[in-house]
Design a protein around this ligand. Structure first.
Ligand code: GLU
Length: 298
């Protein structure tokens, strides 16, 4: 496998699960793909616990997740980075973007967003564009809120999210946003990022002072991650990550997107659909060696 052209030293990989359910075979595939890349490229392998959602992620699930990874025999460097312990880092990144005038508070409830989309569709007789995950793009209602009004409404405790003003962000970032995708052999191919297809993404949630997109970009940089290996379901989101990296002056790692495992109904395995967990398989007597073999890592 070709060695990375990342500035200096040893490649750094990470597996970054969220402890909001039990791990399934799809997670095993992701972790094992990272392990294989790290072994081939003599890289480091880190574990990151993506637990910004303090309601859905629990210490019990984190313990269970780590037991599953130990059982699979994957060795990560100690100690894992736990996102819930680093909200200040994400706040600092948010301040940088705020300082660039790229963030605005959005007070719309989900229902209001839905109503605004329906109104737009009614007016144009067309269907409103959706992001790559299928959610309708934000219509931009709160982009028009005067900063003085927004400033008065936030401390008054009105619930809001913080959104990236995509048009301004693109103008600030300049041309040529993209990233290098490596294949299994380590050969890199430059890909152009198309972040506008996501619209004004949420960077800090109503109940959580950050978001997946912001935290993942900050942590990959802080942990010195040079190669992000993850499933194809996160390929489109990488457009946002490359944009944020440019705006925040952070390096853009190499990316590799592995195929997703699908169930009998043709849908990707998901915690939310109660896909059979590694713990279920273990309880049925399946061995870690058998899992490795089934997934092509014998
Ligand atoms: N925490 C994300 C997940 O469990 C993965 C994040 C990433 O690999 O960038 O789906």
């Amino acid at each position: 496998m070709a060695s990375s052209s990342f500035p200096s030293g040893q490649p750094v990989f990470r597996f970054a699960p969220s402890p909001n359910g039990r791990l399934h075979l799809g997670h095993a595939l992701s972790a094992l793909t990272n392990e294989r890349f790290a072994a081939r490229m003599k890289g480091r392998l880190l574990l990151r616990i993506e637990d910004i959602d303090r309601e859905r992620c629990t210490p019990v699930l984190e313990q269970a997740m780590r037991a599953d990874l130990d059982w699979l025999g994957i060795v990560f460097e100690p100690e894992p980075r736990r996102q819930s312990e680093h909200f200040a880092d994400y706040g600092a990144a948010l301040s940088v973007l705020q300082g660039q005038g790229l963030i605005y508070p959005c007070f719309c409830s989900r229902q209001q967003v839905r109503a605004a989309v329906a109104a737009q569709e009614g007016a144009c007789g067309c269907s409103w564009p959706a992001d790559p995950d299928g959610a309708p793009l934000y219509t931009g209602t709160c982009r028009a809120v005067e900063p003085t009004e927004a400033q008065a409404r936030q401390p008054a405790g009105e619930a809001h999210v913080l959104r990236l003003d995509m048009t301004r962000a693109i103008a600030a970032a300049g041309d040529g946003i993209g990233y290098d995708v490596i294949d299994e052999a380590g050969e890199a191919l430059r890909v152009k990022a198309r972040p506008t297809r996501w619209g004004d993404v949420v960077l800090a949630r109503r109940d959580i002072p950050t978001s997946y997109h912001l935290s993942v970009v900050v942590d990959d940089a802080l942990q010195g991650v040079t190669h992000v290996v993850r499933g194809r379901d996160l390929e489109a989101a990488t457009d946002i990550h490359a944009l944020l990296q440019r705006l925040l002056g952070l390096p853009t790692p190499f990316y590799h997107f592995h195929e997703l495992l699908i169930d009998e109904s043709g849908r990707k395995l998901a915690k939310s659909r109660q896909s059979e967990s590694l713990a279920d398989l273990r309880a049925q007597g399946v061995t870690a060696a058998a899992i490795r073999e089934k997934l092509g890592f014998a």
